[in-house]
Design a protein around this ligand. Sequence first.
Ligand code: A2P
Length: 295
Amino acid sequence: MQKSEPKSLASTYTLSNGIEIPCVGFGTWQTPDGDVAYNSVLSALKCGYRHIDTATAYGNEESVGRAINDFLKTGEVKRSELFIATKLHNRDHGYEAAKAAIEKSLSALGLEYLDLYLIHWPNPLAFRANWAEANAGAWKAMEEAYRAGKIRAIGLSNFFERHIEKLLESAVVAPMVNQIKICPGIAQTELVKYCKAHAIAVEGYSPLGTGGTFRSEVLKDLSEKYGRPISQICVRWSMQQGAIPLPKSVNAERIAQNAQVFDFSLSEEDCKAIAEIDFAALGITAQRNPDEATF
Ligand code: A2P
């Protein structure tokens, strides 16, 4: 991932296949389908987000897609200026199921192509006995869709090093992205280092600790020090860790607030203090071990 300093939500990094990815994405996990998803995605696009992240498992692809298409109709941006990502559902691993799932997501979103498609989870419960084979099959379907121009970049989510290594044994096209949990206290330094070494861009979900960060005294102090709300400290920190943060909100003012992160930076010392925050004490859960999750 290219390292130039991002200046706005439209600033991009370059993925290993040359595709540009906007430096901050808008997260939609836990955003209810219907008007809430529609209105929040529309708010995000109106205030300058150009990268929208959803997943089949979030159950909101149709509303997200409706907002994207309605925004495109205003003529304010071209489709090529947007970056839309979704993810393979845990039930759809394996070649045939993944092939059909890609088509279903395209149709639910109402798009002719996706900018990024990720395997959401490396080791779903339903495929625990043959997870590596199921990923290899799904990946083959993703490579075909990539070559056919239906997907501009392909990647992974929640993959640890061992899952990536296994996938690389049979992959023809190398993954361009790994989306993992990165938030104060959860820096995943080793995994980030591994991804960088393999030219895999890192996206960070739950940059606000799904709301838990607002209880942190460390972050309250830093918020005062920098004269910035905690949300901006968190998003900025994620960027300075080398990640593409995906803040989520359903509130138009917060959506706009969370994106004001381009006119300040955190000192190295403060970044370190944020990395060391006791996330569990704030009620924030670590990224689940993919091999033990009960879904
Ligand atoms: P809401 O959607 O009601 O705004 P994460 O991005 O880590 O998943 O965190 C999302 C959580 O943080 C949601 O509960 C969201 O609530 C809340 N949130 C998002 N932005 C802000 C903000 N600027 N101030 C306070 N809470 C926020």
